[in-house]
Design a protein. Structure first.
Length: 230
């Protein structure tokens, strides 16, 4: 329905017919055939669709980041004390492992790195469990645990050395219990917890394969007063 604007005078006057308005070529009609005016706003369904797509994209990006780039973990247990405490919140880096899967090349962490890996067949646990330990022995090395010490033999140290003496990390006890003598294969590493008296690691379940590695620890973010980069 068209609206006729009010006249400037308050008196009543006979209405004078108003000639129909013919739009010029540069003007658009202000109403459709039914008399309804057009609006510049998008239909409501388009706004809803845009919002849904925005949230879906954000969710997909979060999943991709969490799966292939970085992830947050919470420590459960005491096997890495005093380096890490129970309930510490961590950020781990998955990029090296992701690249190795894409390229087909083996990802080998550095000695002393703290890694997260999958381990199956643990007592009292069905399926795989993710553990966090420190890398002690690298592929191709010979690792011996006896007399309360770890000794690693390789081409650079044919007489062996104790990685705990390197000074790059500290264990909760100077004694490493166990009786192990293992030659690591080209795709195996030897891992231990820093809390040697209370850690289930390669001394018990043996070396792990490099393809079991999930990520490398890069940052502790909680507690806030113990934020630390690794």
């Amino acid at each position: 329905m068209d609206i006729i604007p009010p006249r400037s005078s308050g008196a009543a006057h006979p209405e004078t017919p108003v000639p129909p308005h013919t739009p010029t070529p540069t003007q658009r009609p202000t109403s459709g055939p039914s008399g309804h005016r057009f609006s510049g706003n998008k239909p409501a369904w388009r706004s809803v669709l845009s919002t849904v797509l925005l949230f879906a994209s954000a969710f997909a990006i979060a999943i991709l980041l969490n799966t292939f780039v970085i992830q947050s973990y919470q420590v459960d247990g005491e096997s890495m004390q005093n380096t890490l405490q129970n309930d510490d919140r961590l950020i781990v880096n998955k990029i090296p492992r992701t690249i190795s899967r894409i390229t087909g090349h083996q990802y080998v962490p550095k000695r002393g790195d703290i890694i997260i890996f999958n381990e199956a067949g643990l007592p009292g646990f069905v399926g795989q469990k993710q553990l966090i330990k420190r890398v002690i022995g690298l592929p191709g090395e010979h690792v011996v645990v006896n007399n309360g010490r770890i000794t690693v033999y390789n081409a650079q140290h044919p007489d062996g050395f104790d990685p705990d003496d390197a000074g790059t990390y500290r264990t909760s006890s100077p004694v490493t219990v166990g009786n192990v003598d293992v030659q690591l294969q080209s795709d195996e590493i030897f891992v231990c917890g820093d809390n040697r008296p209370n850690s289930e690691d390669s001394r018990y379940f043996g070396p792990i394969k490099t393809n079991q590695i999930v990520a490398k620890l890069v940052l502790r973010i909680m507690p806030l007063n113990q934020v630390q980069k690794y």
